[in-house]
Design a protein around this ligand. Structure first.
Ligand code: HEC
Ligand code: HEC
Ligand code: HEC
Ligand code: HEC
Ligand code: HEC
Length: 413
């Protein structure tokens, strides 16, 4: 009896062993490699062989096996083969040799994996999906200090950064040590853990990743944060206002560019030999104090709350008479003779903002303090610009996109 059991177990073990061997030689990649290698002429095959390929880049703490399938990635003469056997587009691998850079530092994905879905990061709980097409540009910022110098190869990234400035995102968000903290610091939002985004993911159709999350947020911030209206609540509980982030009415292309830029906001510190440091941007030359003040207004994101050229229109529930951040076109009329109190208001901000209706929650937006962020010299220029705004009342708004406020209005006063 014992002997029979022993024999059965041995047979089982042998069976498992054979199965393991079979699986090992019949992995997806071996099959693909053989198929590809067979199609090549002998001279083309020179230097190419089967088996797992890997690049170990200890300085970047990476082991990439992508070339197991992307076998001919650095062989432009094979560019006509089909994926995964094409050659890499452009000169990227000449500038960033495979032995020194690997692939995942630019493309994300899972370096060690050897089946397609896992390598491309299409598996649950892997938070670095493969970056394809223009999304790859999100990687360049970790090493290239001056993005303008690589603009031709990373146009979406550079465009996204310009939009971030132009739309006034810095008025509410900080990146490193620039910008306000009215809302989240975005320094590392490009690697924000999926766990922290879970609540938002639950409101989105899959697949769930950061890029789709950014796009959704930028398309309409209130979609993911619609607030809780008083009539949805038992009596006595406080309503929650929808997202205080404005809907900027962005085009799809602008949304993509901004999302690539947001995705690039990560803190990775590649060793110095991998980094081309930023040289300081040239100081702009202004022809007038007003022009200088305009630049101060724009770079600090005042328009995010006060509207383009201070024309107002930005929702701030339960604030003031109209439930909006005040426009700045009448600053001269109010503060023309009180420049010092205007400066002091800008230096120290104003918080909290009084409620128009005392039974409802506080307005979400307040006037932040700018002391230490705006120098005294810049402040003089800013005041000159604010005083000039009343002259701009006519003609009506020209170019910039209108502010879209398309969420249903809450109970207004
Ligand atoms: C097991 C084989 C295999 C491995 C390993 C693999 N790939 Fe792929 N890759 C493929 C195949 C097959 C395609 C074509 C189908 C597709 O686009 O998903 C492809 C396509 C791609 C594309 C092009 C997508 C497009 O839009 O044209 C990129 C980029 C890419 N892989 C990068 C990587 C990176 C980076 C790694 C390493 C982390 C990797 N791959 C590892 C098989 C593989
Ligand atoms: C310096 C960053 C960088 C590195 C390193 C890099 N790539 Fe790319 N890769 C890019 C860019 C940029 C594109 C172009 C995307 C676009 O515009 O379509 C691209 C495109 C691709 C494509 C798509 C080709 C096509 O025809 O659409 C594949 C496949 C690919 N890379 C694979 C790899 C593999 C495999 C490695 C590692 C051997 C690698 N890349 C290393 C930046 C990089
Ligand atoms: C891991 C760091 C790293 C990443 C990521 C990276 N690069 Fe580079 N890149 C370098 C280094 C280092 C050089 C060589 C710089 C030199 O020779 O001065 C370089 C060179 C270049 C060059 C050639 C510049 C020249 O000397 O003319 C271009 C263009 C370029 N990179 C574009 C890109 C783009 C576009 C991306 C994103 C898709 C990217 N790089 C991602 C580190 C990186
Ligand atoms: C008037 C203030 C304001 C401005 C201006 C603003 N945001 Fe926001 N943003 C918020 C608030 C408040 C949140 C918090 C989540 C919510 O309510 O939607 C937020 C959340 C975010 C998040 C999610 C951050 C996280 O970690 O959860 C991103 C990304 C973001 N904003 C990007 C932008 C971009 C890009 C711009 C410029 C186009 C911008 N924001 C302009 C107020 C603002
Ligand atoms: C996060 C939103 C936000 C940003 C960014 C912001 N402000 Fe304000 N600001 C407010 C709010 C809200 C008020 C209304 C304060 C009150 O009710 O007393 C205000 C009030 C003001 C006032 C007084 C207006 C009046 O009619 O009394 C001035 C002037 C002003 N801001 C200038 C600026 C300047 C200049 C910047 C950029 C450096 C700026 N603000 C950025 C929200 C903002």
């Amino acid at each position: 009896m014992k002997r029979l059991l022993f024999l059965a177990l041995t047979a089982l073990l042998f069976g498992l062993f054979v199965l393991a061997m079979w699986q090992d030689t019949h992995r997806e990649w071996t099959h693909e490699q053989h198929r590809f290698l067979k199609t090549l002429e002998p001279h083309e095959r020179r230097g190419l062989s089967g088996g797992i390929k890997q690049v170990i880049i200890s300085e970047l703490h990476r082991v990439d096996r992508c070339t197991t399938c992307h076998l001919a990635i650095d062989r432009p003469q094979l560019a006509l083969a089909e994926q995964p056997f094409t050659a890499h587009p452009g000169k990227f691998l000449e500038w960033h040799p495979v032995e020194q850079f690997g692939c995942t530092v630019c493309h994300g994905g899972q370096g060690l994996a050897t089946d397609v879905a896992a390598a491309h990061g299409d598996v649950p709980d892997w938070e670095e999906p493969l970056l394809r097409g223009p999304l790859v540009q999100a990687s360049c910022r970790q090493c290239h200090g001056n993005l303008e110098t690589i603009e031709a190869f990373a146009p979406q990234l550079v465009k996204g950064r310009r939009l971030f400035l132009a739309k006034g995102c810095y008025g509410c968000h900080a990146i490193k040590d620039f910008g306000q903290m009215v809302s989240q610091d975005l320094t590392e939002v490009g690697s924000k853990s999926y766990q922290l985004i879970e609540a938002d993911f639950e409101m989105m159709a899959p697949p769930h990743d950061r890029i789709r999350w950014f796009m959704r947020k930028l398309k309409n911030p209130r979609m993911l944060n619609p607030g809780v209206r008083p009539e949805q609540l038992p009596p006595g509980e406080e309503e929650v206002y929808p997202s205080a982030m404005p809907n900027f009415g962005l085009s799809d292309d602008e949304i993509q560019a901004l999302s690539v830029y947001l995705l690039s906001l990560t803190v990775s510190n590649p060793p110095a030999s991998y980094v081309t440091p930023a040289h300081p941007e040239p100081t702009p030359i202004f022809t007038s104090l007003i022009e200088q003040g305009k630049a101060v207004f724009e770079k600090n994101g005042c328009a995010a709350c006060h509207g383009i050229e201070g024309r107002g229109g930005r929702r701030n529930w339960n604030a003031g008479l109209r439930g909006e951040v005040p426009p700045l076109v009448s600053v001269k009329a109010y503060y023309g003779n009180e420049v010092e109190s205007l400066k002091s208001l800008i230096r120290y901000g104003r918080q909290p903002i009084p409620r128009a209706d005392p039974t409802r929650p506080r307005p979400s937006l307040y006037m932040p303090a700018w002391k230490g962020r705006i120098s005294e010299e810049e402040l003089d220029a800013l005041v000159a610009y604010l005083f000039s705004l009343s002259e701009h009342l006519e003609p009506p708004p020209a170019s910039p996109a209108p502010i879209v406020e398309n969420a249903p209005p809450l109970k207004e006063n």
